[in-house]
Design a protein around this ligand. Structure first.
Ligand SMILES: Nc1ncnc2c1ncn2[C@@H]1O[C@H](COP(=O)(O)OP(=O)(O)OP(=O)(O)O)[C@@H](O)[C@H]1O
Ligand SMILES: [Mg+2]
Ligand SMILES: [Zn+2]
Length: 530
């Protein structure tokens, strides 16, 4: 009978576990020194080795070998592998989540191990236990007999009561880095004698999102039906992914606000049989690549792509505003989120295209109408008293209202450093800064970057000074000069020119890691630098 790769290749010894070195080190050491704990909590993303490691620990505690434990070959290790070892009890809390189940467990805990050294209870998906069941379990977790070890495993650690957390040694399983996954899959491929190209493995790894199980499952499906070689094209075909060309074109159409053409183009791609959700993920990834080439001198290190492809992405990034990229990522990520539960992901994708086309237009139109006109004073007045403005420029006002309605809530609310001294004319710099951004948020999606990364340090007769925390914020503030000046004018009653300076007279440039962390914070997606 055919067995899926991820069932067939479950690690038998610690050294086969991929990407969880921090955990393996601790457990090996504890087993070797008989210093294991009586209750563990394994948490983390699905498919990263929690159940696998729980069994390894159970084996390690019962292994008969004098050398490294578990050995994987002694009678006990083998019986545990086969699920025939009386003293290792696996409980799936998803289907045994009642208080009676836990009472039964507590009964059985009273009896010492039948054949092994340690009785090990592995409670998988432990977050599924009912409140009562948790309470019942607590008593046992508090004082388990010497011969009992509990291993609780869950993907949703936030659902566990603090009382349980405090009684366990918690080990967090991480997403497995792509490079480790590639190497692990390459080993398996050579074991089973299948030639899968490095590029193919790279694509599979990139699509596994750090889950070894997902990686093996994609690999499995790419191999099946092929007897010799698997190349990148085979994987792409299986994933239903599109080439970069399509994303460059689609992004370009969106940039040019060609809504109809964009939808027709999408239709062409999807009618080729591409998977909608996969397409969404790939498009987001394209935007991520655009972001990376904007931020980084050597994006080759974070984008696994040929130099030619990177050049093409670089050309596109050069004609896009940072806000467009930012918006694209936010819009597409929220779409992909919704699409997970939707039976009609395609409609969401089309809607996202419409919104992106509209959004890009709104920003441009607003800035043209409101800021590119001469005579700044009347314009500013009009903005303060909304009615006349609406009468004069119905379109802009309507658009603005629409933009305001759609404004994303801003989460990050870092209060600018200490309330700054009031400026000469009695302005509260912090207050004005906040007001400026309350107005600005609805107009440009990424403006809160500037809000959190800078502050007004002084407001004088004809100028005001903004201190930016880093050169990225400085550049951004300068780009939004008209908007910021305009809004400051609105709140101070007089036009003043903006000076932007680096806080502390200039800080060292950020490292790639810091930039990635910052981008992750702002965008709410994982941006990694390897
Ligand atoms: N860290 C890893 N190293 C090697 N293989 C792994 C690892 N994590 C998962 N696998 C593979 O994926 C399969 C499933 O892993 P496992 O059941 O341990 O994941 P899990 O973290 O318990 O997932 P879930 O949260 O869905 O229960 C294993 O049989 C193995 O083939
Ligand atoms: Mg599991
Ligand atoms: Zn053994």
């Amino acid at each position: 009978m055919y067995k899926a790769l991820y069932r067939q290749y479950r690690p038998e010894v610690f050294d086969e576990v991929l990407g969880q070195d921090h955990i393996v080190r601790i457990l090996k050491n504890q087993i070797a020194t008989s210093g294991t704990s009586h209750a563990y909590l394994f948490c983390g993303t699905r498919g990263t080795g929690k159940t696998t490691t729980a069994r390894l620990l159970a084996k390690g505690l019962n292994c008969l070998s004098d050398g490294e434990r578990p050995c994987g070959v002694c009678d006990n290790c083998r019986a545990i592998k086969e699920g025939n070892f009386l003293d290792v009890i696996e409980i799936d809390a998803a289907s045994n989540n009642g208080v009676d189940d836990v009472r039964e467990l507590r009964e059985s805990v009273k009896y010492p191990p039948a054949t092994g050294r340690m009785k090990v209870y592995i409670i998988d998906e432990v977050h599924m236990l009912s409140q009562e069941a948790f309470n019942a379990l607590l008593k046992t977790l508090e004082e388990p007999p010497e011969y009992v070890t509990f291993i609780l495993a869950t993907t949703e650690v936030h659902k566990l009561p603090a009382t349980v957390l405090s009684r366990c040694m918690r080990l967090d399983f991480r997403r497995v880095p792509e490079s480790v996954l590639i190497k692990g899959m390459a080993d398996i491929c050579s074991k089973i004698g299948i030639d899968v190209s490095e590029d193919a493995l790279r694509i599979i790894a990139a699509n596994s999102d750090g889950s070894v199980r997902d990686g093996l499952s994609i690999l499995d499906q790419c191999i099946s039906g092929r007897d010799s070689k698997v190349g990148a094209e085979d994987v792409l075909e299986f994933l239903g992914a599109s080439g970069d060309e399509d994303f460059i074109k689609l992004t370009d159409l969106v940039r040019k606000k060609k809504t109809e053409e964009a939808i027709v183009f999408l239709d062409g791609i999807l009618s080729d049989g591409k998977d909608v959700r996969q397409f969404m993920r790939d498009w987001i990834n394209h935007y991520r690549n655009l972001l990376m080439v904007r931020f980084m001198r050597n994006p080759e290190t974070v984008i696994s792509m040929s130099a030619e492809n990177i050049d093409r992405i670089r050309r596109q990034a050069a004609v896009l505003e940072l806000e467009d990229i930012n918006r694209g990522i936010l819009e597409l990520s929220s779409m992909a989120d919704e699409a997970r539960w939707s039976t009609q992901p395609r409609i969401l994708l089309e809607l996202a295209i419409v919104r992106l086309c509209m959004g890009a237009g709104q920003i441009r139109e607003l800035s043209e109408v409101e800021f590119d006109e001469p005579a700044p004073i009347p314009a500013a007045k009009a903005a303060v008293t909304a009615e006349p403005a609406a009468a004069q420029k119905p379109v802009a006002a309507e658009k603005r209202a629409a933009a305001e309605k759609r404004a994303e809530p801003v989460e990050a609310e870092i209060v600018p450093q200490a309330a700054q001294a009031k400026a000469a004319e009695g302005f509260d710099c912090e207050d004005i800064w906040n007001k400026v951004f309350e107005d600005g948020e609805s107009e440009q999606g990424s403006i809160y970057l500037i809000r959190n990364g800078g502050r007004i340090t002084s407001i004088d007769e004809n100028t005001f000074t903004v201190a930016a925390n880093n050169s990225f914020v400085k550049e951004h503030a300068e780009k939004s000069r008209r908007l910021i000046e305009h809004l400051v004018e609105k709140h101070t009653g007089k036009y003043r020119a903006m000076n932007v300076v680096l806080a502390g007279g200039g800080q060292p440039e950020k490292t790639a890691d810091e930039i990635a962390a910052q981008a992750s914070d702002v965008l709410g997606i994982k941006v990694e630098v390897k």
